[in-house]
Design a protein around this ligand. Structure first.
Ligand code: UDP
Ligand code: MG
Length: 312
Protein backbone atom coordinates (compact mmCIF):
# COMPACT_ATOMS: atom_id res chain seq x y z
CA UNK A 1 0.00 0.00 0.00
CA UNK A 2 1.18 3.53 -0.75
CA UNK A 3 1.85 5.85 2.12
CA UNK A 4 0.95 9.51 2.78
CA UNK A 5 3.11 11.66 5.05
CA UNK A 6 1.61 14.85 6.41
CA UNK A 7 4.07 17.47 7.71
CA UNK A 8 2.82 20.08 10.17
CA UNK A 9 5.11 22.75 11.69
CA UNK A 10 3.95 24.17 15.01
CA UNK A 11 5.06 27.24 16.90
CA UNK A 12 2.97 28.17 19.93
CA UNK A 13 -0.08 26.37 18.57
CA UNK A 14 -1.57 24.95 21.79
CA UNK A 15 -4.96 26.38 20.87
CA UNK A 16 -5.12 24.63 17.51
CA UNK A 17 -3.03 21.45 17.97
CA UNK A 18 -5.90 19.13 18.92
CA UNK A 19 -8.30 20.43 16.25
CA UNK A 20 -5.52 20.21 13.69
CA UNK A 21 -4.87 16.55 14.53
CA UNK A 22 -8.60 15.70 14.42
CA UNK A 23 -9.22 17.30 11.03
CA UNK A 24 -6.14 15.84 9.37
CA UNK A 25 -6.74 12.43 10.88
CA UNK A 26 -10.32 12.22 9.69
CA UNK A 27 -9.25 13.05 6.13
CA UNK A 28 -6.56 10.36 6.31
CA UNK A 29 -8.99 7.80 7.70
CA UNK A 30 -11.25 8.58 4.75
CA UNK A 31 -8.35 7.64 2.47
CA UNK A 32 -7.31 4.55 4.45
CA UNK A 33 -8.66 2.07 1.90
CA UNK A 34 -5.94 3.16 -0.47
CA UNK A 35 -3.25 4.70 1.71
CA UNK A 36 -1.37 4.14 4.93
CA UNK A 37 -0.29 7.31 6.65
CA UNK A 38 1.92 9.10 9.12
CA UNK A 39 1.51 12.60 10.56
CA UNK A 40 4.72 14.38 11.52
CA UNK A 41 4.34 17.30 13.89
CA UNK A 42 7.37 19.53 14.30
CA UNK A 43 7.46 21.51 17.51
CA UNK A 44 9.56 24.52 16.50
CA UNK A 45 10.67 25.46 20.01
CA UNK A 46 7.26 26.39 21.43
CA UNK A 47 7.36 26.89 25.18
CA UNK A 48 3.60 26.60 25.70
CA UNK A 49 1.60 23.36 25.93
CA UNK A 50 1.99 22.50 22.23
CA UNK A 51 4.50 19.71 22.87
CA UNK A 52 2.51 18.23 25.78
CA UNK A 53 -0.64 18.09 23.67
CA UNK A 54 1.25 16.45 20.81
CA UNK A 55 2.80 13.90 23.15
CA UNK A 56 -0.65 13.07 24.47
CA UNK A 57 -1.84 12.42 20.92
CA UNK A 58 1.24 10.34 20.09
CA UNK A 59 0.65 7.96 23.02
CA UNK A 60 -2.71 6.85 21.58
CA UNK A 61 -1.82 7.12 17.92
CA UNK A 62 1.51 5.58 16.95
CA UNK A 63 1.14 6.94 13.42
CA UNK A 64 1.69 10.39 14.88
CA UNK A 65 5.38 11.24 15.00
CA UNK A 66 6.91 14.21 16.75
CA UNK A 67 10.13 16.08 16.11
CA UNK A 68 10.88 18.65 18.76
CA UNK A 69 13.52 21.36 18.18
CA UNK A 70 15.81 22.64 20.92
CA UNK A 71 14.63 26.19 20.18
CA UNK A 72 12.77 28.19 17.51
CA UNK A 73 14.51 27.70 14.17
CA UNK A 74 11.70 29.01 11.98
CA UNK A 75 8.91 27.68 9.81
CA UNK A 76 11.08 26.74 6.82
CA UNK A 77 13.54 24.82 9.00
CA UNK A 78 10.64 22.99 10.64
CA UNK A 79 9.20 21.92 7.29
CA UNK A 80 12.71 20.88 6.17
CA UNK A 81 13.02 18.63 9.22
CA UNK A 82 9.70 17.03 8.29
CA UNK A 83 10.87 16.49 4.71
CA UNK A 84 14.11 14.85 5.88
CA UNK A 85 12.29 12.47 8.22
CA UNK A 86 9.21 11.42 6.27
CA UNK A 87 8.86 8.10 4.47
CA UNK A 88 5.69 8.58 2.41
CA UNK A 89 5.24 8.11 -1.33
CA UNK A 90 3.17 11.29 -1.23
CA UNK A 91 4.01 14.15 1.12
CA UNK A 92 1.62 16.89 2.22
CA UNK A 93 2.91 20.10 3.78
CA UNK A 94 0.25 22.01 5.70
CA UNK A 95 0.03 24.80 8.32
CA UNK A 96 -1.20 23.94 11.78
CA UNK A 97 -3.74 26.75 12.07
CA UNK A 98 -6.25 25.22 9.62
CA UNK A 99 -6.16 28.24 7.32
CA UNK A 100 -5.44 25.60 4.74
CA UNK A 101 -8.31 23.09 4.87
CA UNK A 102 -6.97 19.50 5.11
CA UNK A 103 -10.07 18.31 3.23
CA UNK A 104 -8.28 19.55 0.06
CA UNK A 105 -5.83 16.68 0.42
CA UNK A 106 -8.37 14.41 -1.29
CA UNK A 107 -8.45 16.67 -4.34
CA UNK A 108 -4.65 16.91 -4.30
CA UNK A 109 -4.37 13.12 -4.32
CA UNK A 110 -6.64 12.98 -7.38
CA UNK A 111 -4.30 15.32 -9.25
CA UNK A 112 -1.34 13.25 -8.10
CA UNK A 113 -2.98 10.14 -9.55
CA UNK A 114 -3.20 12.00 -12.87
CA UNK A 115 0.60 12.11 -12.79
CA UNK A 116 1.46 15.50 -11.33
CA UNK A 117 4.51 15.48 -9.08
CA UNK A 118 3.62 18.69 -7.23
CA UNK A 119 0.12 19.96 -6.52
CA UNK A 120 0.16 23.39 -4.90
CA UNK A 121 -2.79 25.13 -3.32
CA UNK A 122 -3.43 28.59 -4.74
CA UNK A 123 -5.34 31.10 -2.66
CA UNK A 124 -8.37 32.48 -4.45
CA UNK A 125 -9.43 34.54 -1.48
CA UNK A 126 -7.76 35.24 1.81
CA UNK A 127 -9.91 35.69 4.83
CA UNK A 128 -8.94 37.27 8.10
CA UNK A 129 -5.75 38.87 6.85
CA UNK A 130 -4.89 42.51 7.29
CA UNK A 131 -4.84 44.83 4.26
CA UNK A 132 -1.15 45.44 5.06
CA UNK A 133 -0.39 41.73 4.67
CA UNK A 134 -2.33 41.51 1.41
CA UNK A 135 -0.56 44.52 -0.11
CA UNK A 136 2.93 43.52 1.03
CA UNK A 137 2.37 39.96 -0.18
CA UNK A 138 1.31 41.25 -3.61
CA UNK A 139 4.32 43.58 -3.85
CA UNK A 140 6.63 40.80 -2.74
CA UNK A 141 5.53 38.35 -5.45
CA UNK A 142 5.74 41.07 -8.12
CA UNK A 143 9.29 42.00 -7.10
CA UNK A 144 10.35 38.40 -6.70
CA UNK A 145 9.11 37.34 -10.12
CA UNK A 146 10.57 40.35 -11.90
CA UNK A 147 13.96 39.66 -10.33
CA UNK A 148 14.25 35.90 -10.37
CA UNK A 149 14.75 33.44 -13.19
CA UNK A 150 12.27 30.87 -11.93
CA UNK A 151 8.57 31.65 -12.04
CA UNK A 152 7.24 31.43 -8.50
CA UNK A 153 3.43 31.19 -8.50
CA UNK A 154 1.80 34.03 -6.62
CA UNK A 155 -0.73 33.56 -3.82
CA UNK A 156 0.83 30.23 -3.06
CA UNK A 157 2.11 29.27 0.36
CA UNK A 158 3.73 26.08 1.48
CA UNK A 159 0.48 24.08 1.47
CA UNK A 160 1.06 21.44 -1.20
CA UNK A 161 1.39 17.82 -2.19
CA UNK A 162 4.83 16.64 -3.24
CA UNK A 163 5.74 13.29 -4.75
CA UNK A 164 8.52 11.22 -3.16
CA UNK A 165 10.71 11.65 -6.24
CA UNK A 166 10.80 15.44 -5.70
CA UNK A 167 11.19 15.06 -1.94
CA UNK A 168 14.37 13.04 -2.56
CA UNK A 169 15.76 15.93 -4.63
CA UNK A 170 14.85 18.55 -2.01
CA UNK A 171 16.40 16.41 0.75
CA UNK A 172 19.76 16.59 -0.97
CA UNK A 173 19.86 20.40 -1.24
CA UNK A 174 22.41 21.61 1.28
CA UNK A 175 21.46 25.27 1.43
CA UNK A 176 20.48 27.13 4.60
CA UNK A 177 17.93 29.99 4.80
CA UNK A 178 15.65 28.02 2.53
CA UNK A 179 12.71 29.53 0.70
CA UNK A 180 10.87 26.28 0.09
CA UNK A 181 8.13 27.47 -2.24
CA UNK A 182 10.87 28.90 -4.48
CA UNK A 183 12.81 25.64 -4.40
CA UNK A 184 9.70 23.68 -5.32
CA UNK A 185 9.35 25.84 -8.43
CA UNK A 186 13.04 25.66 -9.15
CA UNK A 187 13.18 21.84 -9.23
CA UNK A 188 10.73 21.69 -12.14
CA UNK A 189 8.70 18.48 -12.73
CA UNK A 190 5.04 18.54 -13.69
CA UNK A 191 3.13 20.83 -11.36
CA UNK A 192 -0.44 21.96 -11.13
CA UNK A 193 -2.40 24.33 -8.89
CA UNK A 194 -5.71 23.78 -7.21
CA UNK A 195 -7.61 26.84 -6.08
CA UNK A 196 -9.09 27.36 -2.65
CA UNK A 197 -10.39 29.98 -0.32
CA UNK A 198 -7.98 30.65 2.51
CA UNK A 199 -9.83 30.60 5.82
CA UNK A 200 -9.24 32.49 9.01
CA UNK A 201 -7.03 31.01 11.66
CA UNK A 202 -8.91 28.44 13.77
CA UNK A 203 -7.51 30.10 16.90
CA UNK A 204 -4.52 32.07 18.11
CA UNK A 205 -2.56 34.79 16.37
CA UNK A 206 -0.21 34.70 13.38
CA UNK A 207 3.27 33.40 14.19
CA UNK A 208 4.69 35.47 11.34
CA UNK A 209 5.38 38.95 12.67
CA UNK A 210 6.73 41.56 10.23
CA UNK A 211 10.32 40.68 11.18
CA UNK A 212 9.92 37.03 10.12
CA UNK A 213 8.05 38.03 6.98
CA UNK A 214 10.86 40.36 5.92
CA UNK A 215 13.43 37.61 6.54
CA UNK A 216 11.41 35.20 4.40
CA UNK A 217 11.05 37.82 1.66
CA UNK A 218 14.80 38.50 1.68
CA UNK A 219 15.54 34.77 1.52
CA UNK A 220 13.18 34.49 -1.43
CA UNK A 221 14.71 37.34 -3.41
CA UNK A 222 18.34 36.71 -2.54
CA UNK A 223 18.03 32.96 -2.86
CA UNK A 224 16.64 33.20 -6.37
CA UNK A 225 18.27 36.24 -7.94
CA UNK A 226 21.58 38.04 -8.17
CA UNK A 227 20.00 41.01 -9.93
CA UNK A 228 20.05 43.24 -6.82
CA UNK A 229 23.85 42.98 -6.94
CA UNK A 230 23.84 44.19 -10.52
CA UNK A 231 21.49 46.99 -9.57
CA UNK A 232 24.30 48.28 -7.35
CA UNK A 233 26.31 48.83 -10.53
CA UNK A 234 23.42 50.72 -12.12
CA UNK A 235 23.19 52.93 -9.03
CA UNK A 236 26.93 53.64 -9.32
CA UNK A 237 26.67 54.64 -12.98
CA UNK A 238 23.68 56.84 -12.17
CA UNK A 239 25.62 58.58 -9.38
CA UNK A 240 28.60 59.21 -11.65
CA UNK A 241 26.32 60.74 -14.29
CA UNK A 242 24.75 63.05 -11.72
CA UNK A 243 28.16 64.15 -10.47
CA UNK A 244 29.38 64.84 -14.04
CA UNK A 245 26.31 67.02 -14.63
CA UNK A 246 27.05 68.93 -11.43
CA UNK A 247 30.71 69.29 -12.48
CA UNK A 248 29.79 70.70 -15.91
CA UNK A 249 27.22 73.01 -14.35
CA UNK A 250 29.70 74.41 -11.83
CA UNK A 251 32.46 74.88 -14.44
CA UNK A 252 30.04 76.75 -16.69
CA UNK A 253 28.69 78.92 -13.92
CA UNK A 254 32.26 79.71 -12.87
CA UNK A 255 33.23 80.66 -16.44
CA UNK A 256 30.15 82.73 -17.14
CA UNK A 257 29.63 84.00 -13.59
CA UNK A 258 26.01 82.78 -13.57
CA UNK A 259 25.79 82.96 -9.84
CA UNK A 260 27.84 82.93 -6.69
CA UNK A 261 28.78 79.26 -6.07
CA UNK A 262 30.03 79.84 -2.52
CA UNK A 263 26.38 80.17 -1.59
CA UNK A 264 25.91 76.50 -2.52
CA UNK A 265 25.50 75.00 0.95
CA UNK A 266 22.20 73.36 0.07
CA UNK A 267 23.45 71.72 -3.10
CA UNK A 268 26.54 70.39 -1.33
CA UNK A 269 24.51 68.95 1.52
CA UNK A 270 22.04 67.35 -0.84
CA UNK A 271 24.68 65.73 -3.03
CA UNK A 272 26.79 64.57 -0.08
CA UNK A 273 23.87 62.98 1.73
CA UNK A 274 22.40 61.55 -1.47
CA UNK A 275 25.60 59.79 -2.46
CA UNK A 276 26.24 58.61 1.07
CA UNK A 277 22.78 57.11 0.94
CA UNK A 278 23.41 55.40 -2.39
CA UNK A 279 26.68 53.97 -1.10
CA UNK A 280 25.24 52.68 2.14
CA UNK A 281 22.33 51.14 0.31
CA UNK A 282 24.71 49.37 -2.06
CA UNK A 283 26.73 48.11 0.88
CA UNK A 284 23.56 46.85 2.49
CA UNK A 285 22.52 44.89 -0.59
CA UNK A 286 25.95 43.30 -0.77
CA UNK A 287 25.96 42.58 2.95
CA UNK A 288 22.75 40.60 2.63
CA UNK A 289 24.46 38.29 0.17
CA UNK A 290 27.67 38.14 2.19
CA UNK A 291 25.75 37.30 5.34
CA UNK A 292 24.20 34.34 3.56
CA UNK A 293 27.54 33.21 2.16
CA UNK A 294 28.85 33.40 5.72
CA UNK A 295 25.93 31.32 6.98
CA UNK A 296 26.59 28.64 4.39
CA UNK A 297 30.32 28.56 5.09
CA UNK A 298 29.83 28.01 8.81
CA UNK A 299 27.83 24.95 7.80
CA UNK A 300 25.99 24.78 11.09
CA UNK A 301 22.94 22.56 10.99
CA UNK A 302 19.68 24.24 10.00
CA UNK A 303 18.05 23.04 13.20
CA UNK A 304 18.76 20.92 16.28
CA UNK A 305 16.41 18.08 17.19
CA UNK A 306 16.05 17.65 20.93
CA UNK A 307 13.52 14.85 20.90
CA UNK A 308 11.94 12.42 18.43
CA UNK A 309 8.85 10.40 19.25
CA UNK A 310 7.36 7.33 17.49
CA UNK A 311 10.16 7.07 14.93
CA UNK A 312 11.60 3.56 15.12
N1 UDP B 1 5.57 28.40 12.33
C1 UDP B 1 6.71 27.71 12.76
N2 UDP B 1 7.78 28.45 13.21
C2 UDP B 1 7.78 29.82 13.24
C3 UDP B 1 6.62 30.49 12.77
C4 UDP B 1 5.55 29.75 12.31
O1 UDP B 1 6.76 26.48 12.74
O2 UDP B 1 8.77 30.39 13.67
C5 UDP B 1 4.41 27.61 11.83
C6 UDP B 1 3.08 27.93 12.48
O3 UDP B 1 2.89 27.21 13.68
C7 UDP B 1 2.10 27.54 11.40
C8 UDP B 1 2.86 27.86 10.12
O4 UDP B 1 4.24 27.94 10.47
O5 UDP B 1 1.80 26.16 11.40
C9 UDP B 1 2.40 29.16 9.48
O6 UDP B 1 2.40 30.19 10.45
P1 UDP B 1 1.20 31.24 10.58
O7 UDP B 1 -0.10 30.55 10.37
O8 UDP B 1 1.37 31.96 11.89
O9 UDP B 1 1.54 32.22 9.39
P2 UDP B 1 0.48 33.04 8.49
O10 UDP B 1 -0.57 32.07 8.06
O11 UDP B 1 -0.06 34.11 9.40
O12 UDP B 1 1.30 33.56 7.37
MG1 MG C 1 -1.67 30.87 9.23
Amino acid sequence: MKKISVIVPMYYEEEVAMECYRRIKSVLIGLSNEFEHEIIFINDGSKDKTLDILKGIAIDDKLVKIISFSRNFGHQAAVTAGIKNCIGDVVIIIDADMQDPPELIVEMIDKWKQGYKIVYAKRKKRKGETPLKLITAKMFYKTLNSLSNVEIPKDTGDFRLVDKEVIEVIKELPEHNKFLRGLFSWVGYSQTPIEYERKERYAGKTKYPLRKMLKLAADGIIGFSTKPLRMVGVLGIFSILVSIIILIYSLLSYAFKWNNLTAGWTSIMITVTFFAGVQLMSLWIMSEYIARIYDESKARPEYIIEEKINFD
